[in-house]
Design a protein around this ligand. Sequence first.
Ligand SMILES: [Zn+2]
Length: 417
Amino acid sequence: MGGGAYIRSMHRTYQYRLLPNKEQREALGRALAQTRYIYNSALDDRIQSYNNKKSASYLGLTYKTLTKFDQMKALTQWRKESFNGVKNDWLGAWVQHGALDRLDKAYQAFYRRVKSGGEKAGFPRFKGKRFWKSLDVPHHIGYQVVGNRVNIKGLGKLKIKMHRPLPEGHKQCGLTLTQDGKGWLVSMRVEIEAAPDKKLVMPENVVGVDMGIKRFVTTSLGEEKEKAVLGAYYDYEREYRKEERQLRLKQRAVERSKKASSTLDGCEGKNLAKRRKAVQRLHEKIARRRKDFHHKLSTILVDKCDALAFEDLRVKNMVRNTRLSKSIHDAGWSAFVNMCDYKADGAGKHCVTVDAKGTSQVCSACGAIVRKDLSERTHKCDCGVILDRDHNAAINIKKRAVDVLARYNSSDGKSGS
Ligand SMILES: [Zn+2]
C-alpha cells in the first residue's frame, strides 16, 4: 500500500445506482434465479467429480476432477444445443460464466484456507435465495457501456444514475450487479493510467492518523489544528452513533419476533419479514452515510497533507478488538484507508502504513513505554508530557512514517515498493 512511484496502471471500482424499468427488473430477478441454479448445479457436479476420483483411486485408476474450464465448456455446449441455431433473448453467456467464476473463486479460497491451516476451512456452500443477491459479468466482452446505459444481453440497456463520470481513457474490466433494499447497484471495475510520480515530502507535512472506536480518526495535528483542517467533519461521528443506536433497537425487535413466531408454527410471520426489511434498509442507509462521510474526510486529508500515515490494520485489529460492533469498525477502517490510498495516488501524494506495535504505549515525546489499558484515555509520562491517548498514538504513527518516507526521499523517489 502506498509508496509505489512506478505503477503503470491501476484498478478502480466505480459504483452507481441502476434505474431499471419494470421489464428489466423482472429480467434481473430471473437472472438471479438462473445464475444461482448454475452455481448450485456446478457445485453439485464438482462434488460428484471429487467422489468419482476417490472411487477411481480405490481401483488404481486416475480420474481428472472438473475445473472451471471444463464447466465453461459444458455450459457453452449446453447453450449451443439448446439454441439450435434459433435467435433468442437468453441471458448473456458471460453473466452465466460469472456464476462459474464465483464458484471457482470459492474453491480457491477454500484451498487457500486449508493450506494455511489457521482458520476453519469452510467448504463452498449451496446458495439459498437470501444469499444470492448479485450477478457478475467477469469480462468486458459481456457488456457495453454507452453514455449512461449499460447493455447486457438478456437484461437490456439498463439506465445508470451517473453521479460522477467514469475516468478519462479507462478500460472496462468486468462488473457486478447487486440487489439491495432500494433496487440495484452496478460496480464497474476499470483500469486507468498510471498515477503521477510522487513528490518528496517534508516531515512537517506528514500527518499520522489513529483510527478508533470512540473517535473515527484522531490526527497528529492536535485538537486546534485538526478542528481547522476538518471543519464541519471534526466531530461528525456523533451523528451516526445516534443511527447505530436506532439500528440496535430495531435488530432487537427482529430477534423478539423471531422468538415469538418460532413458538407458534415455525413459519416466518408477516411482521418479522417487515421488520427484517426495515433493519436492512437502515443498515444500508447508515452504510451510505458513512461512506459519504469517509469520502469527504479522505478528500480533505489528502488535500491538506503531503503524506498520510496509518497503522497496519491487521495488527491493530488483533490488539484492539473489543466486543464493540467489531465488523462495522473493521470494515469501515480498511475501506477508509483504501480511499485515502487511491486519492493520494491520484494526487501524487503518499499514503503509508506503519508497524502498529505499541503506538499507544510509547511516549511520543521521550520514547519511554507507558503501559495503559484500553480504558485509560490519557497518556501521562514521567517526562512531563500529558496527551490524549489517541493523539499520542497518532504522533507515533507520524514519526514512524517520517522514517519510512526518509528512505523514500533518499532514493530520489525512484524506488517504489
Ligand atoms: Zn515521555
